[in-house]
Design a protein around this ligand. Structure first.
Ligand SMILES: [Zn+2]
Length: 105
């Protein structure tokens, strides 16, 4: 897995910098996942992305978090069902039928 080890007496990158790098990788992986037409590949990218986020203790940006199914790691596509109900966005995954409810203002 991702191991960042830099041995420098001075100017060692702080947690903030490492997180910044991780976030760059996360957005990169997400982009790869959306651009590839292969669902297996995109699932793999999303899996790596989640692993990095978990390891670095990063909350995924809202736009990324809401664009794929957490259960089966499938990007919500045109087949996904999106409904508004009582101030909630109800997302149904086209692959595993997992339902997610996200509040909106
Ligand atoms: Zn799903």
């Amino acid at each position: 897995m991702l191991v960042i080890r830099i041995r420098k007496p001075a100017g060692e990158p702080g947690k903030k910098e490492i997180r910044q790098v991780a976030l760059t990788r996360i957005t990169g992986l997400f982009q790869l996942a959306t651009e590839t037409g292969d669902p297996t590949l995109s699932r793999r990218y999303l899996g790596i992305m989640e692993a990095i986020a978990k390891r670095m203790d990063i909350t995924l940006p809202a736009n990324i978090k809401r664009s794929y199914c957490k259960k089966c790691l499938t990007l919500y596509g045109t087949d996904s069902m999106v409904r508004l109900n009582n101030g909630l966005i109800v997302l149904t995954c086209q692959n595993c039928n997992n339902v997610r409810r996200i509040p909106y203002r």
